[in-house]
Design a protein around this ligand. Structure first.
Ligand code: KG4
Ligand code: ZN
Length: 351
């Protein structure tokens, strides 16, 4: 069974083929046209997807050593995401499925991140085989969920303001680190002192309020932004430049410690011994090592997708479609559902 996955929800144009659950190709093109704008410009993203989608899909099919007629199923991100960007991949994929007379499976992008530990590209790949706690952290989402093998899940916490990725990107922008700043903060942090300055950890046991945040699994990162801005306003440019790695490490520590504390607390409360981290921020080396250490301490097993499957990619869309088919979660393969209606329907799932 060959499944073609298509992903265009934000600024990555991606297509992948999985065969019998294994990744055969995963082609990702990251858009560079947004660099000067400090963030993703939706209209530019849509146009870039439109320019690239056919050649990226062809490359994924060729790399998998098949022809398009050997595809059995076509899947695409149906949302959430930038509406124009999603529409390009969705219309392309549904059109291709219709032309080939093959089933089409719409996939919720956030659910595909949640189930990314199941992406397999080598023999012996291990995925959770029971319930697990998923921390899904990207530029647009920060969700903590309890996930079950039948693909159902309950979201037990989410951000009430910025996503974890935005916390990295926006504080990084204040430090002049460009966009996206997450990977740069990660790199700089390796030479910095995480104890240099203690930025706030909101809604945790150590936040400076009298309220108890025990068993509160929501996140808030907007106070961190304000705190970084205030700190920068009080120091001169030379001092800031000199301490850039220390600032990066301190910001990373503030974000990572909250993510780890809440994930472990959720696993303990719900008596779940498997944890996974997914989404772009799960590529962060500080988060990976701190979560690994905390899981070891509590006898929990950590599942982390390879870095290439943490950020947006189509292998996760094809894998999710495969999981949905194997668990009987695909209902009907009718064409002609308006792509916009699919986008609205996807928005009713995880976001
Ligand atoms: O999942 P993703 O590729 O796209 C969305 O669905 O949003 O996540 C992108 C986010 C960006 O905010 C980026 O800064 C962050 O993931 N990111 C990182 C790292 N790599 C990507 N944040 C921290 N450390 C990293 N190594
Ligand atoms: Zn994503």
């Amino acid at each position: 069974m060959n499944i073609l996955g298509v992903e265009t929800s934000c600024d990555e144009t991606s297509a992948a083929v999985i065969r019998n659950g294994k990744v055969c190709s995963n082609v990702v093109s990251s858009q560079l046209c947004h660099t000067d704008f400090g963030g993703v410009v939706p209209e530019l993203a849509s146009r870039e997807h439109e320019r690239l989608i056919v050649s990226i899909a062809e490359a994924a099919i060729t790399e998998a050593n098949i022809t398009k007629n050997e595809l059995d199923v076509i899947a695409a991100t149906a949302g959430p995401g930038l509406i124009g960007a999603v529409m390009v991949g969705l219309c392309f994929a549904e059109g291709l499925a219709w032309a080939l007379g093959k089933p089409f499976v719409p996939v919720n992008h956030v659910e595909a991140h949640i189930f990314s530990p199941f992406i397999s590209d080598e023999p012996g790949h291990r995925a959770p085989d029971g319930d697990f706690i998923s921390l899904t952290v990207s530029g647009g989402h920060t969700l903590l969920s309890i996930v079950h093998q039948d693909l159902s899940y309950e979201v037990i916490g989410r951000t009430i303001d910025d996503a974890a990725g935005e916390a990295f990107d926006k504080t990084g922008k204040m430090l002049g680190l460009g966009y996206p700043a997450g990977p740069v903060i990660d790199r700089l942090s390796r030479q910095g002192d995480p104890e240099f300055y203690r930025f706030p950890r909101a809604l945790t046991s150590s936040s400076q309020t009298s309220r108890s945040y025990r068993n509160n699994f929501d996140f808030s990162f907007s106070g961190l932004k304000t705190s970084v801005l205030t700190w920068l306003g009080k120091h001169d440019a030379g001092y800031i430049e000199q301490h850039l790695p220390d600032l990066a490490a301190s910001i990373q520590q503030a974000i990572v410690s909250v993510l780890v504390e809440k994930t472990i607390a959720a696993a303990l409360l719900h008596k779940v011994s498997a944890v996974s981290i997914a989404g772009g921020v799960s590529a962060n080396s500080g988060l990976r090592s701190a979560m690994q250490e905390a899981c070891l301490k509590h006898g929990m097993e950590l599942f982390v997708p390879k870095a290439a499957y943490s950020t947006d990619n189509a292998a996760m869309i094809a894998t999710m479609a495969g999981l949905m088919m194997s668990r009987g979660k695909v209902t009907g393969n009718s064409y002609g559902t308006a792509p916009f209606a699919r986008f609205i329907a996807a928005g009713k799932g995880a976001r």
